[in-house]
Design a protein around this ligand. Sequence first.
Ligand code: G3H
Ligand code: 13P
Ligand code: ZN
Length: 330
Amino acid sequence: MPLMTTKPMFDLAYGGGFAIGAFNVNNMEIIQGIVDAAKEERAPLILQISKGARQYANIKYLRGLINVAVEDSGDLPIAIHLDHGDTVALCKECVDDGFTSIMVDASHNPFDENIRITKEVVDYCHPRGVTVEAELGQLGGIEEHVVGVDDVMKHLTDPTQVAEFWKRTGCDSLAVAIGTSHGAYKFKSEPKLALERVEEIMKTAPGFPLVMHGSSSVPRELTDEINRYGGKMPNTMGVPESAIGRAARLGVCKVNIDTDLRLALTAKIRKVFTESPGEFDPRKYLGPGRDAIRELVRHKLHVLGVAGKAAAVIARWKELGSPVPAYYQK
Ligand code: G3H
Ligand code: 13P
Ligand code: ZN
């Protein structure tokens, strides 16, 4: 089965009470851990690549690894997605590289400018059979190439703008700001999400698939393990899994997770180095890291309610006429 867009996935997730897990990939072990988990759990999957990952690993290597993963995973529905595309040029490049889904993040611009940029990307992607995620409102936190705002609660998505944004851009899904941030330090006190905004948007823009970024839970056992083995990550806080599960049941169709993968990998590497200071075989520390990612992702797929949904997504894809982006028709 070729890589597919997010459309058959979101058609089922919207109103289906589950969300697709979108996991960031940077190297072979991360890809293998995630794909093995999805295979075991029979879950459709979005593998996403940030601008930073693209530069770090060289997109040709990442694409090669994903191609093998797709071949190796039989009939598992997989989409390859650009995470936080910050320029129209980068979005176009990724379409030309065979991505099946693109996020254009122009959310830091005024409303009309966000629409203009998003529409330019949609106009490039849609004729080539590629789906587009846009963003309205702004998230907090800092990743390598994604700088967030300081006070997330002041930059939440305005539900009254969503229907107009959707109509004028024609995009396929929308990342909403509901109080989440990227990274491991999401809240200073009690985690608070504005899930009522999701409900409001579902009323004002029914049928529009919503996406939750910054959705790592930053599990205490992982940061404890990191700290136990020489790390220094105090006062971390993530989105409670109960809130992620509620969002997925409510109608959020895609949930982005990166930080938790990084924590799982880091915890295992630190453990091996502390317990075996003489270790210098990368397989001996990356291997346990890969296993930890696989188990973490298996768990997440259950939190999202997406375990076991692969067959239904394939059926929906066939119902739509088995569409693939132009890149795969060459
Ligand atoms: O949203 C950001 C993702 O976690 C990617 O982070 O830009 O450090 O690769 P990155
Ligand atoms: P986390 O940092 O919470 O994992 O969020 C990742 C993300 O939103 C990628 O776009
Ligand atoms: Zn994000």
